[in-house]
Design a protein around this ligand. Sequence first.
Ligand code: IVH
Length: 670
Amino acid sequence: MTEMISAKERITQLRLEIERHNHLYYIEAKPELSDFDFDRLLQQLIALERQFPELLTPDSPSQRVGGAITKAFSPVQHRDPMLSLSNTYSTLEVEEFYNRVKKLLLLEGVDEQEMVAELKFDGVAISLLYRDGLLVRGATRGDGRQGDDITANLRTIPTIPLRLNTLAESCEREVEVRGEVFMRKGDFELLNESRPEEDRFANPRNATAGSLKLQDSAEVARRKMCFVAYYLKGLQDESTAHLRRLELLSQLGFFTGDHYRLCQALPQINDYIARWSEERWQLPYETDGVVLKLNDVHFREKLGATAKSPRWAIAYKYPAQQAGTVLHNVIFQVGRLGTITPVAELEPVLLAGSTVSRSTLHNFDEIERLGLMLHDRVIIEKSGEVIPKVVRTISEERPPDAEPILPPSHCPSCGTPLVRPENEVSYSCPNEEECPAQIKGRVLHFASRNAMDIQTLGDSLVEQLVAKDLVKGPADLYFLEEQQLVNLERMGPKSAHNILQALDKSRAKSYEQLLYALGIRHVGRATARELSQACPSIDTLQQATEEQLATVPDIGPVVARSIIDYFSRGSWPDTLEKLRSAGLPLSASEPKKQVNSNFEGLTVLFTGGLERYDRQKAAELVMERGGRVVGSVSKKTSMVVAGSDAGSKLQKALKLGVRVATEEEFEAML
Ligand code: IVH
């Protein structure tokens, strides 16, 4: 009993602590804990709740980690339609709106007009329903009348209270809160880094919309989204002003955006718009305008709404920032999947705080759509944080030396004639095995931070390795020898040694990371995680059928097809063989077998032919016993197992004084 009381106290303490850190991270943007330490608190809570299930409550932050899989979202009818706002880009129209409202109020005999100005968050509108203080349902806006029930996904968002802080006396039993789910810029960038290039989100709003519709709520929990509330319904006193409602929302535990302001007259509204047109760039999230709302709720009702939007509110949207410049050239880049992307080389120009000299043109259709010619004067635009894009050409100012931009016919890297697969907008280089640009792209992806994280493998090094034919795919990296590296440009023995060490270290990465690193089309980190759970070894994965793969959460037919295609490539068996003999993680880590640990902590190198073992088997035996297998000799190598015809590696081992064992001695150790 006393044990349970102290568990209860600890659970309460942990919950408060966790929600406090959520607040610091998501609302104050001043985290005090690392992700690792935060996770530790959460794991402690989960462990205690498992031990004392009677103490688990639906509002515990442990309920935010997700896990529920939704196959199809059920429809939800909104009690009051979720209207949208009429938009304008002109401050003149804001003035007209203001005067229109003024006139309507005067007709009612009211000559006071308070407006609340709020920032317009660039996210996805949702509705939350609380019953007796507990979150019972969350839904998308849908068409305004009917949305989707996405409660399981919304529960994972740390700034959506699972229980209202204090059910203010002024609240009815049922309360509806509406607002915007959004992703902060930093969290958006991290998410995009974890996705394959071909599947990156264009902006935080798209990332949010995509994430809210995921079937696997555990993945939603990892996406780090936020919620800002701007609507509260269910007050006993229906006449409570909007400003007061925002304060109440904050007391109930919601983030309300901090920056709203009460405006008594038009000049204050204009000031607010002007101030945030600059300051919004400093905010950790994207905003695309300002929303103006009549503060008095009673009069709102009198003004009513059109079919789509209320007459008492308007959204002023900031125009995207633009600049004029000159298109000097268009180059065609080859991605790791062979896709050809045209890139505009521009006269450098300052735009929204940074100098722009390049911009992607996406595909050749885009060049035609814009009617672009070389040397044209063009307008580029930056909206939000998105990378700048060319929006139009000033054809009236076309210079006499303007030249047409011809579609590429051959791959700029390997010269192979390009193809344009049916239904695709991009040209593509079909030479997937040999094209140097594709190989380089694959190797760089393999070495990237979220994949095998081999930081010493930079762009120019990989370029040289591919050009000199030392590497034809990521697996070849593990068979590089120190001398081959030393012979490269800008490479001393020390850097060569560091590279081999970094490669060696990367063997300790997980099977899941390796699956992501392979660079299978459409397989990002999240998909790699799902795959590693559904198929815990590469052998089961490569045998899975398209139908089996399509049953894994969030893997649709396109991704399933792409996985099948990857493993059907002619070069795959050879790649697999190399990955295996390099000792890379080809299955989810299992509990270590009970074998002797004579090799614990040793780095072992095999050279020459072994009689009783093939290389791969020998490597596995060492690894099962806690050792590592390396491809080149250094002073740090613990032992070299020398078979028949051992050559330069044996010589080097002897020279460095590394222990050398025969096959028999190796067997004895086993
Ligand atoms: S009020 C009836 N306030 O903008 C008015 N909306 O174009 C309901 N939005 O659907 C919306 N920030 O998704 C309101 N501070 C804010 C907002 C906001 C972003 C979004 C919301 C809405 C859309 C309207």
